[in-house]
Structure formats: C-alpha cells, structure tokens
Write a protein that binds this ligand. Structure first.
Ligand SMILES: C[S@@+](CC[C@H](N)C(=O)[O-])C[C@H]1O[C@@H](n2cnc3c(N)ncnc32)[C@H](O)[C@@H]1O
Length: 209
C-alpha cells in the first residue's frame, strides 16, 4: 500500500487551493446568470462545490444539489459549504442521475463538459430531470478570450494572465470542440433551439426543455 496521496486526491487539492479560490467572482457571475431564485438547482460536475454554494447563498427557497464522480472533490465541497442547509453534495455520474423526472428547475455545468466521455447521455439525463421549461447552462472557458480583471481574484499579481490562459488551453474548449459539443446538445432531447453565446471568458450553451 502506498503512503503517497493518489492522483485524484492531488488533483482535488490543487483545485481547492487554485481555481476554487481565484474563480470566486466568476462563480458569483454565473450564479447570477443562472438566476435561480427558488426551487431545485443541479450543479453537474460540481467539483469543490462553489457554483452550487453561490446559487444557494442568501436564497432560502433554493435547494442546490451538486453531483460529481470524484469523492476527493466532494470532500472539499462538503467543507466549503460549511453549515448551509440548502446545499447537498452527492457522488453521482451525470450519465446516470439518481433523481426522478422533473426534479430540478435549472441546471448548470461549469468547466466539466471537457471531461465528459458520453455527453449525449448527460444531455439526455439532465433533460429528464428538468421540469418543463427548465434550463441547462453549460460553460467552458474559451482559450481565445481575454482574462477579465474583475472575474478573477489576484493576489500579488497571481495568477498571471499567461498562467490562466494556459489553463484554459488545457482545460477549456477551442472552437472545434465547442462546435462538437453544441452538435451533441442539438441532437439531444433539448432539440436544435440551443442558445450559444459568451458569458465573460466562457462559451455558454443554454438548453431549454
Ligand atoms: C474542472 S472540474 C470543475 C468543477 C466545478 N464545476 C468548477 O467549475 O469549479 C470538472 C469536474 O467535473 C467532474 N465530472 C466529469 N465528468 C463527470 C460526470 N460524468 N459526472 C459527474 N461529474 C463529472 C469531475 O470529477 C470534476 O470534478
């Protein structure tokens, strides 16, 4: 048995110490963009939980659920939510969401889609668990975007633009991959009426049931 932390634990620790901190304004902007004022919200690939936390914060009538396949990420999400009662985290694969049909008023996935092995299954599952008229927002960083000053917390000049853009090149989606994802969304039960716009440094799809 190795005494070294495993790869998933190291990835989650790096995320908790890095992006979880410096993207705090971005999570707030996205929570405002999603605009959930009451009812259930699903954060797909919640990671360290911050979008679910911001969507639920100060909104007692919102019940936010974050799902992720990584136990290591979810341990940080549990710690980050502190004593908020209207945020729940569950280990779950978004290709097989263990909630009944029409459970959620809205859903979002931030910086998760570039990991998805079976995006068609995820669009179908999110469609199933949304109420009629519910929306699924998908955000991925655009490697060609400028780094907006007010969307990222910087301390002593860090992270630098070069570092952030390097991360987007690695963990965001270029125009080709984004077009593929959009085509999968259009072929899903959400149908062809998908909004494809920018939000800050993100490419954003809005899929309405
Ligand atoms: C880069 S992190 C982003 C986390 C968070 N959304 C954020 O913006 O801070 C991507 C997350 O998506 C999760 N993920 C990838 N595929 C998934 C799937 N099929 N079901 C659930 N979570 C998934 C990963 O485990 C990882 O925690």
């Amino acid at each position: 048995m190795s005494l070294l932390p495993d790869r998933a634990a190291l990835t989650a620790l790096a995320y908790q110490l890095g992006p979880s901190r410096y993207y705090q304004p971005a999570y707030r902007f996205i929570a405002a963009d999603v605009g959930t004022e009451r009812g259930s919200f699903l954060d797909v690939g919640t990671g360290t939980g911050w979008l679910a936390i911001h969507v639920a914060s100060g909104r007692r009538e919102v019940d936010a659920v974050g799902i992720d396949t990584s136990e290591a990420m979810l341990r940080y999400a549990e710690a980050n939510k502190r004593d908020r009662l209207n945020v729940t985290f569950r280990k779950m694969d978004a290709t097989n969401i263990i909630y009944p049909e029409r459970t959620f008023e809205s859903a979002a996935a931030v910086q998760s889609a570039h990991h998805w092995g079976d995006p068609a299954a995820i669009f179908a599952e999110v469609y199933r668990v949304l109420v009629e008229g519910g929306r699924f927002y998908v955000y991925e960083a655009d490697p060609e975007a400028e780094v907006p000053a007010d969307w990222i917390v910087r301390k002593a000049g860090l992270p630098t633009d070069a570092f952030v853009r390097g991360q987007w090149a690695k963990f965001g989606m270029d125009a080709g991959r984004w077009a593929q994802l959009r085509a999968v969304a259009e072929a899903s039960p959400f149908g062809p009426d998908i909004e494809d716009e920018r939000h800050g440094f993100y490419r954003r799809l809005v899929c309405t049931k």
